[in-house]
Design a protein around this ligand. Sequence first.
Ligand code: F6R
Length: 369
Amino acid sequence: EKGGYDYFMLKEIAEQPKAVADTLLGRIDITGRLTLDEVRIPGSVLREVDKIVIVACGTAFHAGMIAKYAIEHWTRIPCETELASEFRYRDPILGPRTLVVAISQSGETMDTLMALRHAREQGAKVLAICNTNGSTIPRESDAVLYTHAGPEVAVASTKAFLTQLVACYLVALYLGQVRGTKWGDEIDTVIRELSEISTQVGEVLGTMEPVRELARSLAQKNTVLFLGRHVGYPVALEGALKLKELAYMHAEGFAAGELKHGPIALIEDDMPVVVVVPSPRGRSVLHDKIVSNIQEIRARGARTIVIAEEGDETVAPYADHLIRIPATPTLLQPLVATVPLQVFACELATARGNEVDQPRNLAKSVTVE
Ligand code: F6R
């Protein structure tokens, strides 16, 4: 049942190109427009939405953080992403024009379920993004967009995360399309590039041997830090979460711009720091800022592990280890940038003798608050 892999997690990492392609299947028509009729929220309602709130936990929350960048950019609708476990306890402002998006692989996470119940009681519409047909969260929502990752068995979420991202992009692009925002041309281009992304995820998977080797060499370390900016920031958080849950190591993700406000004090000689570098095309200011961050931490002794786009030569002199990912539009980069971090955490866990599919103290679905 593990299809020749040692762990479900390895199998599920390898299945990501297919999971991504399957989640797009039937949702882009031949003219390159999105067709999300299955969501069954009328365009008239979607045009009236004046606020979007995303609720989720753990890895799904990181997908939601990335979705916020995409939704606000393509739709210009204010969007916030909140941990489901915090949401209902602060009396959030919700109404009939609020769209709440609940993201959950299992569809059974109690924190997320309670958040969506609260949202509906306040009159908000709830759209679920879910991987499990007929589970509680989609049943209790007004609408659902299923991710087509297939069953995810390993406790650590991998392919579900990539498909949650795809679903979030689809929602963002669809809202942009329905509302006719000024980014029409960009939306058309991104929809085309989204169709290529499964191939690019496959390319990344084909180049992971040096990442595995690097992971094994770090098995004795105590701490690994992760830095990113913009959509690279949630990717850094996700890289750190994978390492905590699988390798039981102290791992933290930071927004690179926050370094100088405190975390840079953590840097010690030879401490591994993974940096997710945004594309030098697109939002190039971000790129240049992160290159200075890499220089700053390296000057303080960090061992820099740099994830950067192919052809980005400016980072090479400051990278102790360079992991290449294919060029993508800025907002889509998490789909390729997360993959090396999953492989890294899985290999480190193995090297430390941990149970990869069943990390200690964790359960696949958390059905208590
Ligand atoms: C991390 C992980 C968890 C889940 C979280 C939400 O690898 O798997 O953080 O992402 O418990 O679970 P779902 O998506 O089922 O609501």
